[in-house]
Design a protein around this ligand. Structure first.
Ligand SMILES: [Zn+2]
Length: 306
């Protein structure tokens, strides 16, 4: 069976600034303190995270995925340059992803990430890399401080419509150094209605705010959900129980497999994760499982008309 991991990131300080991890290390520190572990400081936690961001060319990621039988991987390029007002610039981030995809062209594709507030020059840059076939989709990160239905996003959606590529937007919680204000699923609906010929993937949508996301995916034809982050679902039940419930919601043609590596890297290898998925006995038919692990996402990036 073919498997695409539709949601991964490069673990690299070249593409993600330290500010993003500062907020995350604060949350880890608070947990340690509550557990009576106060021998480690916030700065040490941050330093440990930053040291782990060393797979700059995706070599380790590709090796681990290929060992597990993962056929292809979609890297999502983050553009935090507007929100944190610092480098890497969107060009540096996306050009680096283009280089990684060229280095491992049998394994990686990527969705280009641009903060839409960079305006027309950024839209022109985005169009140039889409036109040259280097990007397979558009990655949007609303927690940087904008709604996905803000008209500033529309020039980018128009490019996606013209080149028949999907938009993937982050939903749900993020680093506390960014805002949680724009994580409501309904924020995407005006854009999804206006751009009915563009497919929108709500990243983590089957995990965070999942009830509202499921309604959107069920009744809005161009909205899809990925399950990335599932190993840390906040639903109070095991991730296996959560996914089993999601698979009974009548949207199996809309669900996309993704891990969000390296975010949950310390929870186990790709091989052990896949063993658990295939051993979970979700009761899915072979074709539903194939759609989930491969075909639902593959149809979107193959740009077939809906
Ligand atoms: Zn992610």
């Amino acid at each position: 069976m073919k498997i695409i991991d539709a949601h991964c990131h490069l673990a690299s300080t070249l593409t993600t600034p330290q500010e993003f991890f500062e907020g995350i290390s604060e949350n880890i520190y608070a947990k340690y303190v509550a557990a009576g572990i106060d021998a480690i400081s916030k700065q040490e936690i941050l330093a440990t995270i930053m040291r782990s961001q060393n797979d700059h060319n995706g070599d380790q990621l590709k090796t681990e995925q290929r060992e597990a039988g993962i056929y292809k991987c979609c890297l999502l390029a983050p553009d935090f340059s507007f929100a944190y007002e610092k480098e890497p610039t969107y060009k540096q981030v996306n050009d680096h992803h283009i280089a990684v995809c060229a280095r491992h062209k049998e394994h990686f594709i990527f969705f280009a990430g641009v903060d839409p507030r960079w305006g027309q020059p950024a839209a022109d840059y985005f169009e140039s890399i889409v036109r040259s076939g280097k990007a397979s989709g558009f990655k949007l990160y609303p927690p940087c401080g904008f709604s996905p239905s803000d008209p500033i996003c529309f020039p980018f959606y128009e490019i996606c419509a013209e080149y028949k590529i999907p938009v993937l937007l982050h939903t749900g919680p993020t680093s506390p150094s960014l805002t949680f204000r724009y994580n409501n699923p309904s924020l995407i609906d005006p854009a999804a209605q206006k751009f009915g010929n563009v497919n929108f993937i709500c990243a983590h949508g089957a995990i965070n705010n999942w009830q509202e996301h499921i309604l959107l995916a069920k009744y809005r034809a161009n909205i899809f959900l990925d399950v990335s982050g599932f190993v840390d679902s906040c639903t109070g039940v095991s991730w296996q129980s959560h996914l089993a419930m999601i698979f009974k919601c009548g949207i199996n043609h809309k669900l996309i497999f993704g891990t969000d590596w390296p975010v949950f890297k310390n929870k186990g290898s790709f091989s052990s994760l896949l063993d658990e998925i295939y051993g979970a006995n979700f009761g899915l038919s072979a074709s539903d499982m194939d759609n989930f692990m491969f075909a639902n996402f593959n149809r979107l990036i193959q740009s077939e008309p809906r």
